[in-house]
Design a protein around this ligand. Structure first.
Ligand code: GLC
Length: 714
């Protein structure tokens, strides 16, 4: 298909139509996911049958029906594209991304993306609005569940893994219809919303933008991601969707992204309430001039571009460039060859539920983090009398936000998962997550008195996380804490299982339990995956990728904070004029990289040398032994501190990590390498390079790792 020739045959109205995206309910009543404010778009039927793409369909039948109806009316037979939010699964739901990230396993993330992309493509989805790679530091923001956390290096590895999983290693989208195009989002800085309040103002210095927020987008683009989505927020005072510096200088030129840029939902129209456009016409002009190709769910482009062209306020070349990028994406997806991407063929291999469910269960168990395990209260022993209580004991609200097509009614509850192995397990669940009846409380306390181990399932609801779900208070509901205290008063052998999508204040939970398992929102196979961990079939190996504050007042809190001119140190703990709080510590309750195991690991480190020069590497040989009773996996993390630099640098930064799986008693030697490139940082001229100088190296199983050596780069 010669796209330039096709473009030359298109009318202006047909070109503009390609830049418009709508939900399927414009084609049929009540269908599809509504993930943002709806407004009267005032489009004609002719407009409708000229649009370029649809977002939020549910079934392949719906896609086939809309595509057939559309092509029947399309003069040039340019197929529609179908997009959706396949964020952590389509019909079969996997753990939320903040949980997936806790596996520290790019291959696992890639597998999840590949499976969910296949399942989505079976339903006619051709593009997913994933991965979300926003760096996050504020647990009040509901969308932290969608992110992979606070570290740019780990976020970058996982961003590339998502893209490769959805699109395939070589982005073989044109021929392999099980692969779908990925859309990295939200460009950029959305996670830095002031106060953790969704859609709020963002003000990031350009050097921090380049240092911390850009790397994950660069990684996705270098991995071949097909689309980028704009963010709702301002950057340097200008909303991203109308920001030429951000989209042309940074995205297109610096990052070399030359494919489709899609607005977020109504983000072009939102230039008006942002106060940078007096009307839709100006909003459309700003967005097109910034290089936004697709207008998601507003009439801005549909209603304004022709008039802007007539008035010579924009050039037709700008429109043509955008249309060509959209047509190129359709060609890359093979749509001109088969507008249904195999949906109509008899021999299409659809994913079988047992296969993807088994993967969801395995991946969920790898994403959980053991936060506390005193007196080896875990794993549960089959000889013990175990009971299960609490608002999440029998809850099917285990999918988490952004699991649109996932069927909650089919999700496996914690009770069901445990009963599969403990058929006589006594369970007292509650109907409500917050309000417990006196009878429910009495039954739970009675059960607590009668068992050796009591599992208490607590958490936040899916609706309290995700988009438009910011919270100023990130503690569990007071009623859940009261219940936990009542239960702990009669049985201290309590294991709390947490269902949540954000870091929570857990001091009270820690004070009234022996064990705490962070299960996050595990997805469709929740109960089975948690049972695998609680019963020791899987030794938990997850590590936190976002700090858990002691108090929400510490937020934003993250391990790679700058040192300040008055750092709090061991030596000056009793001084006043230091960067500290008077009422809480500076430290999180649980740090980045933290996670326990049922077994123990010991290791020694040998550094190859201290002097590093160009084209060389310093190696750290880690001899690690599993000294416990269970096989398990440890994630050895290597952090580096730049002693002196042109700009203030963090206390330490993650540079490498390696995961080591060992049977009980086994040992292994692994090597971590630090090269000059690992030590680079963005200087005040916004260029990244490595300074000569002294670097300290920390190595261990969390961001609290001890210092193990020094590097002198000459
Ligand atoms: C939403 C979200 C974005 C999502 C889009 C389409 O507002 O911000 O992440 O992909 O709309 O649903």
């Amino acid at each position: 298909m010669n796209l330039t020739t096709l473009l030359s045959e298109m009318t202006l109205a047909e070109k503009i139509g390609q830049l418009v995206q709508l939900t399927p309910n414009f084609f049929e009543e009540g269908a599809g996911e509504i993930t943002g404010p709806l407004q009267e778009l005032g489009l004609t039927q002719e407009n409708l049958f000229q649009i370029g793409s649809v977002l939020g369909t549910h079934t392949k039948e719906q896609v086939i029906q809309i595509q057939q109806a559309y092509l029947a009316k399309s003069r040039l037979k340019i197929p529609l594209m179908f997009m959706a939010d396949v964020v952590h699964g389509y019909e079969t739901i996997f753990p939320v991304p903040l949980a997936l990230a806790s596996s520290w396993n790019p291959e696992l993330v890639k597998e999840m993306a590949s499976l969910s992309g296949h399942e989505a493509s079976d339903a006619g989805i051709q593009v997913t609005f994933s991965p979300m790679v926003d760096l996050v530091r504020d647990a009040r923001w509901g969308r932290v569940m969608e992110s992979t956390g606070e570290d740019p290096y780990l976020n970058s590895l996982l961003a590339a893994a998502f893209v490769k999983g959805y699109q395939g290693e070589q982005a073989e989208l044109e021929t392999n219809y099980q692969k779908i195009a990925a859309c990295v989002k939200h460009f950029i800085g959305y996670g830095a919303a002031e106060g953790g309040r969704d859609y709020n103002t963002v003000d990031i210095s350009t050097i921090n933008l380049y240092q911390y927020y850009l790397p994950s987008f660069k990684a996705a683009i270098d991995a071949g991601v097909k689309l980028v989505m704009t963010s709702f927020n301002t950057i340097n005072g200008i909303p991203a969707s109308g920001n030429q510096w951000l989209m042309k200088t940074v995205l297109r030129e610096r990052l070399g992204f030359n494919q489709v840029l899609i607005s977020d939902w109504a983000a072009i129209w939102e230039l008006i309430p942002h106060g940078v456009a007096p009307d839709l016409r100006k909003a459309a002009q700003l967005a097109l001039e910034a290089g936004v190709d697709i207008d998601m769910m507003t009439p801005a482009y549909q209603k304004s571009l022709a008039e802007l062209l007539t008035a010579d306020d924009i050039s037709e070349d700008l429109i043509d460039q955008a249309v060509l990028r959209v047509l190129q994406l359709k060609a890359d997806l093979g749509l001109f060859h088969d507008p249904y991407r195999g949906l109509l063929s008899e021999d299409r291999r659809e994913l079988l539920y047992p296969e993807i469910a088994a993967a969801s269960r395995r991946i969920a168990s790898q994403s959980m983090v053991l936060l506390k395990n005193e007196q080896e209260v875990l794993p549960l022993q089959m000889t013990q009398k175990v009971g299960l209580v609490g608002p999440f004991a029998t809850s099917q609200d285990v999918l988490g936000a952004w699991s649109w097509i996932g069927d909650t009614a089919k999700s496996v509850t914690l009770a069901a998962g445990l009963k599969a192995s403990l058929p006589d397990l006594p369970v007292v669940g509650t109907d409500d997550r917050v309000n417990f009846t006196a009878q429910e409380r009495e039954q739970m306390v009675t059960l607590a008195k009668a068992v050796d181990r009591l599992i208490v399932a607590l958490g936040e609801s899916s609706e309290e996380t995700g988009e438009a779900a910011s919270k100023a208070n990130i503690a569990l509901p007071a009623s859940q804490i009261r219940l936990l205290k009542e239960l702990y008063a009669v049985n201290q052998n309590i294991v709390v299982v947490l269902f949540n999508g954000r870091p929570l204040e857990l001091s009270e939970v820690f004070a009234h339990s022996q064990g705490v398992l962070e299960a996050w929102f595990p997805g469709s196979e929740a109960g089975n995956a948690i049972a695998d961990v609680l019963l020791g079939r899987v030794n938990p190996s997850g590590k936190l990728t976002m700090s858990f504050p002691e108090k929400v007042g510490q937020v934003p809190i993250y391990y790679n904070q700058l040192r300040t001119g008055r750092p709090l140190t061991v030596e000056n703990q009793d001084q006043k004029y230091i960067s500290r709080y008077m009422d809480v510590s500076n430290d999180p309750l649980l740090p980045f990289g933290y996670g326990l195991s049922y077994t123990n690991f010991e290791w020694s480190v040998t550094q190859s040398s201290q002097n590093l020069s160009e084209n060389q590497a310093i190696t750290f040989e880690v001899k690690i032994k599993n000294t416990g009773r269970y096989s398990g996996k440890e994630t050895i993390q290597c952090y580096v501190k730049t002693l002196f630099a042109e700009v203030a640098r963090p206390q330490r930064e993650l540079k490498q990590f390696v995961q080591v799986a060992l049977e009980a008693g086994a040992e292994k030697t692994v090597t971590l390498r630090i090269t000059p490139a690992d030590l680079a940082y963005v200087h005040s001229d916004l260029e990244s390079r490595t300074d000569k100088g002294e670097y300290h190296v920390y190595l261990g199983n969390s961001s609290l790792a001890p210092k193990v050596g020094e590097i002198y780069f000459q």
